[in-house]
Design a binder for this molecule. Structure first.
Ligand SMILES: [Zn+2]
Length: 198
């Protein structure tokens, strides 16, 4: 597992010949005010396993910059901020997830790869000025129908919070996913290849 961290550290050096906006960067270097809560680096996730050796979020630079703009917009207009649960996910982690939950409504088939494997997807929610998560009707990684954006089975307040998150993310270049209120793909995800660092 140490190898994973080392390769991530050296990755930007390896691909400097590529366009700089395709670099994978630590999100904290772009916006340190986005709160990071990486459940896959703890046992507190649907697999009940520690899947990541590091609790740092990495993203393609251009996606991180757009997310930072969304965060600024939320801070300035609503006194809210973004909390991020996941960004870049190595392919070997995708394979472990698929073994545990082989249902492509909620986990991408590693044969196709997830947009997370390209460093171009984020799992996010909104937090208030005190850091409390806003009510979204379900927790993150709730693999039920109620996690669908348009579910009628959540409160009006929760729906309004989902809508604010979704509309803000769309405004700053991310495409929503209907079955998971927390998941967004950066619009140019298909310009980035799948990466594995195992
Ligand atoms: Zn996701």
């Amino acid at each position: 597992m140490k190898k994973f961290v080392l390769i991530l550290l050296f990755l930007p050096g390896i691909i400097t010949s590529a366009q700089t906006d395709t670099l994978i960067v630590p999100l904290r270097a772009i916006d340190s005010t986005i709160v990071q809560d990486v459940r896959y680096a703890t046992g507190n996730n649907f697999t009940k396993q520690v899947l990541y050796p590091s609790a740092k979020v990495f993203l393609r630079k251009i996606a991180a910059e757009n997310l930072a703009q969304a965060n600024d917009f939320l801070k300035n207009n609503y006194n809210l901020r973004i909390k991020i649960f996941d960004g870049f996910r190595p392919l070997f982690v995708q394979k472990i997830m698929w073994q545990i939950l082989p249902d492509d409504r909620y986990v991408a088939d590693p044969a196709k790869g997830s947009r997370h494997n390209r460093g171009a997807a984020v799992d996010v929610t909104l937090i208030d000025a005190e850091g409390n998560e806003l009510d979204m009707g379900t927790p993150y990684d709730d693999f039920t129908e109620r996690a669908s954006f348009a579910s009628k089975d959540v409160s009006e307040k929760a729906y309004a919070n989902r809508k604010l998150l979704r509309e803000t993310m769309i405004q700053f270049g991310f495409d929503p996913m209907e079955t998971e209120w927390w998941h967004f793909d950066f619009k140019d995800w298909n310009k980035f290849g799948i990466l594995d660092v195992n």
